[in-house]
Ligand binder design. Structure first.
Ligand SMILES: CC(C)(COP(=O)(O)OP(=O)(O)OC[C@H]1O[C@@H](n2cnc3c(N)ncnc32)[C@H](O)[C@@H]1OP(=O)(O)O)[C@@H](O)C(=O)NCCC(=O)NCCS
Length: 397
């Protein structure tokens, strides 16, 4: 029996499928929901969480306060913040069984894969996860996940270097405790502040690929952990969060200003992409990159890594000269890797650190979306063959 699958299933009657296909590849500029959590202005280079400019939050806030803001829509009072921080601290531990199982995985895989697997294991092993069905339960589970992400991530970093995970220190704030769990030693105040600011800057960023992935999963009414693993999976890619790792790998190959100039010449002549440049929404420099660039310079002066910083500035300058006029400018990933490198963090851990922070945005946006949930179900224009007759296997060429 002949079946015109294309017409029946995949071509919507509202789609113009003449010479011009009326669709947005990569969903560019497609609006899929409303939100009051935050927005970015791509022309002005502005990022706002709940009405507050990212520059103010970077100057005056802390990660815990910013998470509260994202989740509850307002800055906390002093007492609300203390209570919220206590809750985060109480939720920090990750079950030993999760870490043991991750440690016993035979594969030498990327820590993002271990992170994704760790979240899955947490959901399988921790019985409280299975009963978190309603929005209030999911909110509590989301806060727990935000608190556990640094513990899980630092534990994975330790597993990869054959060291024992370091238990969280309840006396330390979120960023300071994360650095402590990575090394087993208290970091200096500048390092702790820089990590805090970096976590603030990465916490939320509109309808980016990982947030959208997490929302797509959450909107099916699947569990929160599944949605977060989806976010982690999307974030891992080099076009998204994985770019921070690619940038530092590029910079570390360039041992002098001259090599940086030559490399920039080659890339630009071949019209290739520079990692850490470009953005779907920003058509000017990403405001977060401006903030982290300053921290990268400060840290480089302290660590003596000025050469690497100068190399980065050359690539940035040449990239801006070549691509800036078409709105391709440095994004946060251009400088975050340089910051983490100067904090002594292994390159493989850069994208997991992004996830440590972005979990806050994923959770906030999932909870907001679920308040007025609708499953995501876009269409695709069918451009394949139609009306084919099924050929039995023995009669095929
Ligand atoms: C972020 C990114 C995936 C956005 O992709 P997008 O919105 O689909 O943009 P496109 O890839 O279609 O690029 C649009 C134009 O900008 C150029 N461009 C985009 N990113 C570029 C980069 N990093 N370097 C040089 N040119 C770039 C493209 O070549 C294209 O030019 P053209 O119109 O002359 O053909 C893309 O900019 C990119 O790959 N950047 C590098 C990876 C990165 O840093 N990701 C982190 C993002 S926060």
């Amino acid at each position: 029996m002949k079946e015109d699958i294309g017409d029946k299933l995949d071509i919507g009657d509202k789609l113009d499928i003449g010479d011009k296909l009326d669709f947005a590849k990569g969903l560019e500029d497609v609006v899929a929901s409303t939100t009051s959590i935050g927005y970015l202005d791509g022309q002005l280079g502005k990022l706002v969480y709940r009405g507050y400019d990212i520059f103010d939050l970077a100057d005056f806030s802390t990660f815990e306060e910013t998470v509260y803001l994202l989740l509850y829509g307002k800055l906390p009072t002093r007492i609300e913040l203390v209570t919220f921080k206590d809750k985060l601290v109480s939720y920090r531990p990750v079950m030993d069984e999760v870490m043991d199982r991750l440690d016993r995985l035979p594969c030498p895989c990327h820590p993002m894969s271990l992170l994704r697997s760790g979240i899955s294991l947490m959901e399988c092993i921790d019985e409280t996860c299975q009963v978190a069905q309603g929005i209030e339960d999911k909110q509590e589970m989301g806060i727990k996940l935000i608190a556990q992400m640094p513990t899980l991530t630092a534990g994975i970093a330790r597993i990869l270097t054959n060291e024992q995970p370091v238990p969280p220190d309840p006396g330390l704030d979120h960023a300071a405790n994360f650095l402590y769990m990575l090394t087993g030693e208290r970091a200096d105040p500048l390092a702790e502040r820089v990590m805090d600011v970096s976590l603030i800057l990465h916490a939320d960023h509109g309808m980016n690929a990982s947030t959208f992935s997490a929302l797509v999963v959450a909107a099916t009414l699947s569990d929160l952990h599944s949605a977060i693993t989806s976010g982690i999976s999307a974030l891992k890619g080099p076009l998204h969060g994985g770019a921070n790792e690619m940038v530092i790998r590029m910079l570390l190959k360039l041992h002098s200003e001259e090599e940086a100039e030559n490399y920039a010449d080659e890339v630009i002549a071949a019209n290739k992409k520079i990692m850490g440049f470009g953005h779907r929404v920003y058509k000017t420099i990403d405001p977060r990159a401006k903030i982290l660039q300053q921290y990268a310079e400060d840290l480089s002066n302290i660590t003596g890594n000025q050469q690497l910083y100068r190399v980065a500035r050359i690539i940035e300058k040449r990239g801006m000269e070549a691509y800036g006029k078409k709105g391709v400018c440095p994004n946060i990933d251009f400088y975050s890797g340089l910051v983490y490198h100067n904090l002594g963090i292994h390159t493989d851990m850069f994208t997991p650190i992004f996830a440590v922070s972005r979990t806050a945005g994923w959770v906030a946006r999932i909870l907001e979306y679920l308040e007025n949930n609708r499953i995501f179900r876009p269409r695709a224009v069918y451009v394949g063959p139609k009306g084919l007759n099924y050929v039995p296997i023995d009669e095929r060429d």
